[in-house]
Ligand binder design. Structure first.
Ligand code: NAD
Length: 338
């Protein structure tokens, strides 16, 4: 069966998911829904993606802009086997009744509340939990990055306690209204930041404390990681384990990649679409063991690490593959793994 996929909300995440879906051998993009006829609507048309009006009263705006519509979002949702909702935080919840009306399983993004869905999802960590679910939340960029890291550590060594400081980009490159412009903000100033509880939606029993900061950057997030393990492997064993994971990029000491800027340059040089980096980028040199405490730094590309996860979640809800098959298929089709 070719899975018919709809994407509702064609912004930063939605346009990337739409592109990734078109690359999958077992999926077809039915179309994308948009609220306004902006440059991204033009892009959808240029890509040959059928474009649907997300809000009926706005059809005229598309007509005025000379952009042809294939129909309304209701028709799109009706025609799809699964819908990926990539609307701004909170709008997904408003759309839930629409998906229920057409009995179309829906994937939401990390900005939605965990309680509005049946299951929160990360392919490496809990793929099977999403099978047959109607409402699934693909966790945020940071939670995705942490889940991918913690899953193998927990399986291999056991995790007694994770302590993570997240140095977060102030906004995405196109978010001109976000900040700070010239500041370093403890954000939130209270503990824990929402990331720890969010990781617990994937690993309910994990002991984790998280602290967040926001800095004047748009490129990526950086995590300073300390995990107390239940056993004491060598740092080199941990490095081997993380290297074996299919969605990690181990940054070699002699690569000259010293931060997010160089990582983005690397992705650009390797012709990644939009200079996306779907993998957790882990500085191999930073991996250290002090007694049973593991330390490392990793960078996370906020705009793209959730994209392969959305593709896997599509197969998971429909029971179309198991975790390994799906991850392999997604990676191969997108070219995940440097
Ligand atoms: P975005 O603003 O870039 O894109 C959202 C798109 O949805 C926009 O094109 C907007 O016009 C459209 N939209 C608004 N209302 C709509 C409606 N009613 N119907 C259809 N479309 C509508 O936002 P984004 O960054 O792609 O974020 C989407 C979700 O993904 C959020 O939950 C966010 O928390 C999550 N997320 C974002 C990032 C990131 O770094 N950008 C990373 C991971 C997860």
């Amino acid at each position: 069966m070719t899975i018919q996929v709809a994407v509702n909300g064609y912004g930063t995440i939605g346009k990337r998911v739409a592109d990734a879906v078109t690359l999958q051998p077992d999926m077809e993009l039915v179309g994308v829904a948009k609220t306004s006829p902006n440059h991204e609507a033009e892009l959808a048309v240029e890509n040959g993606y059928p474009l649907y009006a997300a809000i009926e009263e706005r059809i005229e705006l598309f007509e005025d802009a000379g952009i042809e519509l294939a129909g309304t979002v209701d028709e799109l949702v009706d025609a799809a086997d699964v819908v990926v909702d990539a609307c701004p935080s909170g709008i997904g919840e408003e759309n839930k009744s629409l998906y229920e009306e057409y009995d179309t399983p829906a994937l939401y993004q990390g900005g939605e509340d965990a309680d509005m869905v049946d299951v929160s999802f990360n392919a490496r960590s809990n793929f099977a939990d999403a099978e047959g679910a109607d409402h699934v939340r693909v966790v945020s960029c940071n939670t995705t990055g942490l889940s991918r890291l913690l899953a193998p550590l927990q399986e291999e060594y056991g995790v007694e306690k994770a302590r993570i400081t997240l140095v977060r980009r102030g906004g995405d490159p196109a978010q001109s209204g976000r900040g700070p412009i010239n500041d370093i903000l403890p954000n939130p100033v209270t503990l824990p930041s929402h990331h720890g509880p969010d990781v617990n939606t994937i690993f309910p029993d994990l002991s984790i404390d998280t602290l967040g900061l926001k800095v004047p950057a748009t490129l990526m997030h950086t995590h300073s990681v300390n995990v107390t393990l239940e056993t004491t492997p060598d740092a080199s064993e941990v490095a081997d384990l993380l290297r074996e994971q299919s969605r990690t990029f181990m940054i070699q000491a002699d690569s000259g990649i010293d931060g997010a800027g160089a990582l983005k340059e690397y992705a650009q040089d390797r012709d990644r679409p939009r200079a996306d980096i779907w993998e957790n980028c882990i500085w191999e040199e930073s991996i250290s063991m002090e007694g049973d405490d593991l330390y490392l730094f990793q960078a996370i590309h906020q705009e793209s690490d959730v994209v392969p996860e959305n593709v896997d979640a599509i197969r998971a809800v429909l029971g179309e593959a198991d975790a390994q098959e799906s991850i392999d298929r997604t990676n191969e089709a997108m070219g995940v793994g440097f």
